[in-house]
Design a protein around this ligand. Structure first.
Ligand code: URA
Ligand code: CA
Length: 406
């Protein structure tokens, strides 16, 4: 009855109380309400905007469905969250860079979802790396190394885990209220003092354009404020892959490349420096440009690379990948004539590659691209390198080529 009342209220744009939503969220979290019965509620939120107050109540109920971390023994901490994209490998760069400069992050990351990559999957490319460690160990690692990258534990915002899985299954993902409550329930439960939100927009993101990304960003800022936290939103263009490598292993290798050789022209490098500089400047109350200089310095002098190695080793990961050259791709596709890159079907690229790795239960398949939108490719120059199973090489190669717009 209370569930049906709640759904009616949402459909009629009437406010509900915290108690009403809390009770329903708790019952769903503990399997008292089934997926089938709960789905109309998600559907009602998907099709009707919630008032700010009700969106906060929903978020707070999701946050309170599990453990709330107390990070106060760690001193000041920063968190960041990307709403997800293609070739969006910022965490593995940012956490060690910040750790070198005393800005601590306990980063709880997710798995690959839909067309987007997952940080935990990338971390596990370091053979033996344990993403699933006890929180006590994670706290020790933050104290020792200045940061820690691990999986979001089952105890944090379990309501979000269930709701997210249900949304994923029923294609109710791309909605501002649902994304904002999903992201912020986790971030507010994780307890960092400062939250930096990286909101992605464009074909390779959940928000189709800048305008909708700004609406999402504003909602998340509002939720942070209602909860007494400081948040900052950064918007990122995801109309093309952020870096040059797409695919779990290739993306992990690109993160290493970024720390090995400072390349200011790689948009992924730029995004990492921007995000880490914002985190650092907010944490240490320093001007952004000074923070940015510091970020570049610890990449250029190799400190951040060493820090990543320390972090990987601390979580049981092998350092082999740091010295492993790229394998020879199964196919290299060259431009048949002079071309100019007009765009990418970024979401499709992510989907093709995620599906391939999923199908073959591996992380090694993917592509490397060599150009970004607006760049010219001369006849005979490389368009992309493809890592794919031999039996599907021609078909996949055709599909990938179709994702380039000339
Ligand atoms: N990331 C999340 O954590 N939740 C969403 O709903 C979308 C992106
Ligand atoms: Ca959809």
């Amino acid at each position: 009855m209370e569930l049906l009342n709640l759904i009616e209220k949402i459909k009629n744009h009437q406010d509900f109380s915290y108690g009403e939503i809390e009770s329903v969220i708790n019952k769903y979290t503990h399997d008292v309400i089934t997926d089938q019965d709960f789905l109309p509620l998600i559907d009602a939120i998907y099709h009707n905007n919630l008032s700010d107050k009700c969106l906060y109540f929903l978020t707070k109920a999701m946050k309170n469905s599990g453990e709330i971390l107390d990070l106060s023994t760690l001193g000041s901490t920063v968190d960041k969250h990307s709403t997800g994209g293609v070739s969006d490998t910022t965490t593995i760069v940012i956490v060690p860079v910040l750790a070198c400069l005393g800005t601590q992050m306990l980063k709880l990351s997710g798995r690959s979802l839909g067309f987007t990559g997952g940080t935990c999957d990338k971390l596990e490319c370091f053979k033996g790396y344990k993403t699933d460690i006890p929180l006590g160990t994670a706290f020790e690692l933050v104290k020792k190394n200045g940061g820690c990258m691990m999986t979001s534990t089952a105890t944090i915002a379990p309501a979000d885990k269930k709701i997210y899985a249900l949304r994923d299954k029923t294609d109710l993902v791309d909605n501002i209220s649902l994304i904002a409550s999903s992201v912020m329930s986790k971030k507010l439960a994780t307890g960092a003092d400062i939250i930096v939100l990286d909101v992605k927009y464009g074909d390779g993101a959940f928000m189709p354009n800048k305008k909708s990304a700004v609406s999402l960003g504003k909602k998340m800022m509002m939720l942070a404020k209602y909860d007494g936290k400081k948040a900052k939103v950064v918007y990122g263009d995801m109309s093309q892959p952020l870096g040059y490598n797409i695919g779990t292993l290739l993306e992990c290798m690109e993160a290493i490349d970024i720390l090995k050789n400072y390349n200011k022209n790689n948009p992924l490098t730029k995004a990492c420096i921007k995000l880490s500089a914002i985190c650092h400047s907010l944490d240490k109350h320093m001007p952004y440009l000074l923070a940015k200089k510091r970020m570049i310095k610890v990449i250029k002098n190799g400190e951040a690379l060493e820090k990543l190695k320390t972090m990987v080793a601390s979580q049981g990961g092998s350092l082999e990948l740091f010295d492993t050259p790229y394998e020879t791709p199964q196919k290299i596709v060259y431009a048949q004539k002079d071309l100019k890159i007009k765009g990418f079907k970024t979401k499709s690229l992510g989907e093709i590659i995620n599906n391939l790795n999923h199908k073959y239960q591996t992380n090694k398949y993917g592509i490397i691209i060599y150009n970004k939108i607006g760049e010219k490719v001369k006849k005979g120059e490389k368009l992309f390198s493809l890592y794919a199973p031999q039996e599907e090489i021609e078909e996949i190669s055709k599909q990938i080529l179709n994702c380039f717009e000339f």
